[in-house]
Design a protein around this ligand. Structure first.
Ligand SMILES: [Zn+2]
Length: 208
């Protein structure tokens, strides 16, 4: 997911306090940034494969995904956004309370929300695979994802506000959906027009 263009970095309003981080920061010396696939590339529009091998290749993929996300200044990235057909996403994303969430999820499944827990938040959303476009999209303001870590251990990640949006956005990617697929026809058109008019500040994979 792309950083909200109006979304100030939370550490800027922390007034010198140490920012709270939930999760483990990646080793900055590991991994290589790869170019980002964009809307129209088939790998983004179909469900990705379930991960079955929790090996060194998977760990290296997670490292590359973090580097790719940071190079593009995103707050979340799914494996198919660097052209890899596997169910993995990474994130380094603030919530609305200024807590920074960092981590990865393999084979994520979004938990169904109890009916009473569905409060919608209609903030703006963007995506590294729809460069330079932003559009309002209503989503539940709470999300929980279950899956595995890169070693195969079961994990559960939950979040609120902007981070809840990120968890839903990244899980959607791995099932072949972009956020623009959830927009009205008119808003989708507007997002694609913004993308056509803009120039991404990071390397992308050209579509044939
Ligand atoms: Zn995205």
């Amino acid at each position: 997911m792309a950083e909200h263009h109006d979304h100030e970095h939370d550490h800027e309003h922390q007034d010198g306090d140490v920012q709270r981080v939930v999760g483990e920061l990646p080793d900055p010396g590991k991994g290589t940034a790869r170019p980002i696939t964009v809307v129209g590339n088939p790998v983004l529009h179909r469900e990705t494969q379930t991960v079955t091998a929790f090996d060194d290749d998977l760990a290296a993929l997670v490292d590359d995904m973090f580097q790719s996300m940071y190079a593009a200044e995103g707050v979340g990235l799914a494996a198919n956004q660097i052209g890899v057909d596997l169910k993995v996403f990474v994130y380094d994303c603030p919530d609305d309370e200024g807590v920074r969430h960092v981590g990865h999820v393999v084979n994520p499944v979004l938990e169904e929300l109890p009916a009473g827990r569905r409060t919608l938040d209609d903030s703006q959303e963007g995506c590294l695979s729809v460069p330079t476009a932003y559009q309002e999209l209503a989503r539940p303001d709470y999300a929980a994802v279950t899956g595995q870590d890169k070693h195969g251990n079961p994990i559960r990640v939950e979040g609120t506000g902007f981070f809840a949006r990120c968890l839903q956005h990244e899980t959607d990617h791995l099932y072949g959906y972009l956020y623009i697929d959830r927009l009205s026809k008119r808003d989708r058109k507007s997002a694609l027009r913004q993308m056509a008019d803009g120039t991404p500040k990071y390397a992308t994979v050209p579509n044939d």
